[in-house]
Write a protein that binds this ligand. Structure first.
Ligand code: FAD
Length: 454
């Protein structure tokens, strides 16, 4: 009878409590991944994320084989798919690491209940957040809605646990042809056309590459992180976000490697870097208490916002980086080519879409969901709502970024813009599609409706 390890957003062998627990049962271990695109409310990955997922699963399979096991791939709604697997293999136990979306939690609870009905041990573990959402509370016992006191409260908690080493060896469950399908059968890679060349150039998914990126960042960049992290022309940030999104790297590993590398020379950079991990935590805590935040305003008064009728051509100009605003176009082209965008520029393009183009933040969120390799069910809607003003601890709506001022401040020599918009400053570059001053005034007037609804 096998112990099943059900991998989800934790595609790693080190610091994987579910895998460690399964290994310690002494039962043969059956490792599975289920591509679930059907369970109600579970958001299927977008295009760039599917590319990442394919390579990450391939890499995980390689790592598991080195330990003596392998990864079996399944497809279908998780609940019946896992139940069938339990029956088919007469499994003795099932282990997984927790997820925090409401639909995912519902699926997990049902599977736990049905496993227990079948007499199986079913256990879940905290592995992708440093602080479980239900453990961090204000003095009056409510969840935090403001980041700074939230992170202060986290830092006052006992230090996050040490990461677990990868199991030395796994006793494999003999998998035959009746279990699972081939990775290629999931059809996660773009083929006709294959638009992933830029992704391949920019990234190497997988646990080993994630650890390399962390090591390199801590050796080379953390000291100047605080000073340089807002300059998109400099490669000053960790680029860990897709690795964290897919759980190739655990935040516990990042936390302890960072504190171990801390010195007088880099203390400020290290603290700022950990506080960014804090934003990731805060996004997940917000998802936990506002489960519909990918589609619904967190601040309900924003439901009154009078979004004008959508002009598809305006949305397309933004998506394709043809707005005539250099920093916006550079960011959108970086995104299309590489599956990522610098954080400062993400804020600028999101502000431009929602406030200068008056396009609903959900359109932007959806585009990012489809094009980012780090597209994350918590961080993506959280940050979109933060920029739009409708979110938790959001930027005030009336603070409209001026993308031209942002460019002169954060890309003063044009290094970033020229990299992605080589025709900038030539006759081929289009005029701005909107007047920044006029559209800003229109946005503020529209916001008056929200204020009146408060
Ligand atoms: P670093 O600067 O090295 O930061 C370290 C880690 O901290 C990141 O890897 C990430 O896990 C976390 N982090 C940093 N900033 C944030 C933040 N604002 N919110 C949450 N976590 C953060 N990040 C995602 O991981 N997935 C998303 O889908 C996503 N969508 C975004 C959408 C918008 C509109 C905006 C403004 C930001 C979004 N971010 C998202 C946050 C941020 O832009 C990226 O995490 C960051 O650019 C990744 O680069 P890095 O790994 O080099 O970051």
């Amino acid at each position: 009878r096998p112990a099943i390890v059900w991998f989800r957003d934790d595609l790693r062998v080190a610091d994987n409590p579910a895998l460690t627990a399964a290994a310690s049962t002494g039962m043969p271990v059956l490792c599975v991944y289920v591509l679930d695109e059907e369970s109600p409310g579970v958001r299927p990955p977008g295009g760039a994320a599917r590319w990442w997922l394919h390579h990450s699963l391939e890499s995980l399979d390689g790592d598991l084989r080195r330990l003596g096991a392998r990864l079996s791939i399944l497809r279908g709604p998780a609940e019946p798919t896992i139940a069938d697997l339990i029956d088919q293999t007469d499994a003795g136990a099932i282990f997984w690491n927790r997820r925090y979306g409401e639909a995912e939690r519902t699926v997990d609870e049902r599977i736990k209940a049905s496993a227990r009905d079948r007499g199986l041990e079913a256990s879940s573990f905290g592995a992708s957040l440093l602080f479980e959402p239900w453990t961090i509370r204000t003095g009056s016992g409510t969840p935090f809605s403001v980041y700074t006191p939230f992170w202060r409260a986290c830092l006052a908690e006992p230090e996050p646990r040490k990461p677990l080493p990868a199991p030395e060896k796994l006793r494999p469950y003999p998998v035959d042809d009746r279990i699972g399908i081939g990775l290629d059968d999931l059809d996660l890679l773009p083929r006709h056309p294959d638009w992933a060349a830029g992704l391949r150039e920019a990234w190497t998914p997988g646990e080993a590459s994630a650890l390399d990126a962390l090591t390199r960042f801590l050796a080379d960049d953390v000291a100047d992180y605080r000073r340089d992290r807002d300059t998109p022309g400099i490669a000053a940030t960790s680029r860990l976000s897709p690795h964290l999104r897919w759980g190739e790297l655990s935040p516990f590993t990042v936390w302890h490697a960072t504190t171990a590398a801390r010195s007088a020379a880099n203390a400020e950079g290290a603290a700022t870097f950990l506080s960014e991990l804090g934003w990731r935590e805060f996004a997940y805590h917000t998802l936990f208490r506002s489960p519909a935040m990918a589609t619904e305003n967190i601040r309900g008064e924003f439901d009154a916002f009078p979004w004008p009728r959508l002009h598809p051509a305006a949305l397309r100009a933004w998506q394709q980086g043809r707005t005539g605003i250099p920093l916006v176009d550079a960011g959108m082209r970086e995104l299309w080519r590489t599956g990522t965008m610098h954080n400062r520029v993400r804020m600028v393009v999101a502000s431009f879409l929602t406030k200068n183009q008056l396009i609903d933040w959900r359109r932007g969120e959806q585009w990012f969901w489809d094009t980012l390799v780090d597209a994350d069910p918590a961080s993506n809607p959280f940050n979109w709502q933060w920029v739009a003003g409708s979110g938790a601890d959001a930027a005030p709506y009336f603070r409209v970024f001026n993308p031209e001022l942002q460019r002169t401040k954060f890309d003063p020599h044009g290094d970033y813009v020229r990299r992605w918009v080589p025709e900038w400053d030539t006759a081929d570059y289009p005029e701005p599609i909107v007047d920044l001053g006029e559209t800003r005034r229109a946005a503020l007037a529209a916001y008056d409706v929200v204020k009146a609804a408060q």
